[in-house]
Design a binder for this molecule. Structure first.
Ligand SMILES: Nc1ncnc2c1ncn2[C@@H]1O[C@H](COP(=O)(O)OP(=O)(O)OP(=O)(O)O)[C@@H](O)[C@H]1O
Ligand SMILES: [Mg+2]
Length: 326
């Protein structure tokens, strides 16, 4: 689940967990409606923004905690605890108290404790936001693997788009308490429901466009440039909003496309970002794979070919996506 700060992500998780009242709507775990079920009976594992581990218990005791409450045998408790201490890479300081751990280490204790009880549903609210970049990537892979292995339905809140794509089967984009788009990571990126989703996930250029029809074929022109054929779900000529991601342009020296002037470029290793000015003055962002020798020079006149099957065409309000196919 992704969305701007304050859109209601934590509130929704707290409703699932039973910590917030539910004024409307129903929550189901499989076929079971859980609106009125006791929070303690929901068998939920939780890792929230502020890791609440017990300060007076050692790392090992923290991980054991939920298991002891479940009255498992001593042996089962030991096996399960060892497994998750190791998976979360906290086995070397299992006898320490939390106050002698770093923030990232404490967060891993919280993760181990939540996973060890084999919950039916796992709720995670930015569980990795306090970890450094490298550990975050390692941990998200560990979470993904454990989650797949044990098969726990997980609702995962993050601000990190790449993390969202990496851990999820489905991504929900929320705005002002309303889910704007629920779909696979590919779906959300390539065929966003509306312009909010298109701009929230990844980078894009939102351009003014006009749809026209000729002999049953639809054409779109962007920013008053020459029209090109486009596959859309409407036959109505109209003003539209066209979303073209930076990588959906190709910089060419000649041929068909939109004429532009290169204003500036930033070399980022794998890719180079270009800022290009169109005929009407609009500046857009273009990304292309870096060339071995040189960037396209500042001030060059170029032609931007559009990968038209990839771009998205929205109605004038940006609420309906007319584009077809993936
Ligand atoms: N206890 C509360 N009483 C009243 N309003 C609250 C309460 N908790 C949160 N809110 C409000 O509800 C809205 C949603 O808050 P929530 O914490 O769910 O946002 P969020 O999407 O998790 O944001 P963030 O990404 O910053 O964590 C916010 O406008 C917030 O101010
Ligand atoms: Mg929150």
């Amino acid at each position: 689940m992704l969305g701007p700060s304050g859109c209601g992500k934590t509130t929704l998780l707290r409703m699932i967990a039973g910590f917030n009242s539910i004024e409307g709507g129903d929550f189901y775990f499989n076929e079971e409606r859980i609106n009125d079920k006791e929070p303690s009976k929901r068998n939920i594992g939780m890792v929230f923004q502020n890791y609440a581990i017990f300060p007076h218990l050692t790392v090992r005791q923290n991980v054991e905690f939920g298991l002891k409450q479940r009255k498992l045998s001593k042996e089962q408790i030991k096996t399960q605890t060892d497994k998750f201490l190791k998976l979360m890479q906290i086995d070397t300081y299992q006898e320490r108290l939390p106050e002698r751990l770093s923030g990232g280490q404490q967060q891993r204790v919280a993760l181990a404790r939540a996973l060890a009880i084999m919950p039916d549903v796992l709720l995670m609210d930015e569980p990795l936001s306090n970890l450094d970049a490298k550990l975050r990537v390692e941990m998200r892979e560990a979470i993904r693997n454990i989650q797949k292995e044990v098969g726990i339905t997980t609702v995962y809140v993050t601000h990190d788009q790449e993390e969202a794509m990496a851990v999820s089967d489905r991504v929900a984009i929320m705005k002002d308490g309303i889910i704007q788009h629920l779909g696979t990571p590919q779906d959300i990126y390539h065929r966003p429901e509306n312009t909010f989703v298109a701009t929230f996930i990844g980078r894009t250029n939102l351009l003014e466009g006009k749809l026209t029809q000729e002999n049953g074929q639809m054409y779109v022109s962007v920013e008053q440039e020459a029209p090109f054929a486009i596959d859309v779900n409407t036959t109505e000529a109209q003003d539209v909003v066209v979303s073209i991601r930076p990588e959906e342009f190709q910089i060419c020296t000649s041929g068909e496309g939109i004429k532009a002037e290169v204003l500036d470029s930033i070399f980022l290793g794998l890719n180079t970002h270009y800022y290009c000015k169109l005929g009407n003055g609009k500046v857009i962002e273009v990304v292309s794979e870096s060339d071995l020798r040189s960037n396209v020079e500042k001030g060059s006149e170029v032609v931007l070919a559009v990968k038209s099957h990839k771009i998205n065409v929205f109605d004038q309000n940006g609420e309906t996506n007319y584009s077809k196919g993936m």
